[in-house]
Unconditional design. Structure first.
Ligand code: EPU
Length: 296
């Protein structure tokens, strides 16, 4: 019996997973699996465990760099119908957003409904699951501020909830250890739709003015901000804007972004990352830590 027999409809083998990331770089994954339901996800996890197959969970691939040799693992993406649901409570203050929901669309829906809480997340290309996992956000706030509880699945397929205060959000991290975030319960508050839209526009304009355009190939900020200093400022101060290795270039607009230009490989980006870390360490005595995940 083959590893995923009976699940053929949701499993692809030797899948060019790099295509699914914002960088669009990197080699294939042994398996690419899109469970349609929680039950199917449990089945997939069981099969992976039985067959000693490592797995990664993928959101929208905006914070991931896949190595040129790909990954000898399964990549699981929660984009079946069950994972795309949004359920607003009658008064609109409570929202259950499932892991595969597009955060940008969710921000728009909340603007239309006159619900405040997600404005700070404007323009972040993420799934809800990915955003919660890394507490996505920026100078205007992060998603952790509105999450009340999450429904999780562990590596044994057990489903359980975690709520605040046990659930803790910190700068670009959470204390969620479970492998899968199934959904998040968000607390919103009714507000003036015009004011909400104004805030969304302000955040959008700030990003447009300060970050590379969305049609460039990049993965957002590469490094975390050390101790509240902008990593971009440090890299800028080290004189590294415009530095190029192969097809990978440090953005002239915001130094914490690396653009992948024509012919770029994941190896180019990884080499550039190392050069940046070395130079910032030598010149500014600061150790930069990756914000993006590298899958190899
Ligand atoms: N700046 C420079 N040179 C640069 C980059 C920035 O002088 O090369 C200056 C800016 O002009 C600004 C200050 O540094 O005065 C701070 O820059 P910014 O507002 O862009 O903030 P950041 O700390 O660099 C964070 C997040 C971004 C998020 C922005 C805006 C991190 C690592 N980065 O950047 O998040 O978009 O705030 O909210 O937390 C991401 O997570 O992928 C990401 C892009």
């Amino acid at each position: 019996m083959s590893t995923f027999s009976g699940l053929e409809e949701i499993v692809e083998t030797d899948y060019e997973i790099g295509r699914r990331t914002w960088y669009g770089l990197g080699g294939p994954a042994d398996y690419f699996i899109c469970p349609q339901t929680v039950e199917q996800l449990r089945e997939v996890v069981e099969r992976c465990n039985e067959n000693d197959i490592r797995y990664y969970v993928m959101g929208f691939g905006s914070n991931i760099l896949v190595g040129d040799n790909g990954v000898r693992a399964a990549v699981i993406k929660l984009n079946g119908p069950q994972f795309l649901q949004t359920e607003f409570s009658s008064e609109g203050r409570q929202l259950v957003a499932w892991a595969g929901v597009d955060l940008r669309k969710l921000v728009r829906t909340c603007v239309e409904k006159g619900l405040s809480g997600l404005e700070a997340l404007t323009g972040i290309p993420s799934s809800v699951g990915g955003a919660v996992k890394m507490n996505a956000g920026g100078r205007f706030g992060d998603i952790g501020a509105v999450v009340e509880s999450v429904t999780l699945m562990d590596g044994q397929g057990r489903v359980f909830e975690k709520s605040k205060p046990e659930l803790v959000f910190d700068y670009r991290q959470t204390n969620i250890g479970a492998r899968f975030i199934l959904n998040a319960h968000l607390k919103l508050c009714p507000g003036d739709p015009e004011q909400i839209l104004r805030t969304v526009k302000e955040v959008w304009v700030y990003k447009e003015n300060n970050q590379p355009a969305l049609n460039t190939k990049n993965s957002g900020c590469i490094f975390k901000n050390p101790r509240g200093v902008s990593a971009g400022v440090l890299i800028d101060r080290a004189g590294l804007k415009g530095l190029r290795i192969g097809g990978a270039v440090v953005s002239e607009k915001h130094a914490n972004f690396i653009l992948a230009e024509k012919g770029c490989t994941s190896h180019d980006i990884l080499r550039l990352i190392n050069v940046i870390k070395d130079k910032v360490r030598e010149q500014l005595e600061t150790e930069l830590e990756l914000e993006i995940e590298v899958w190899e």
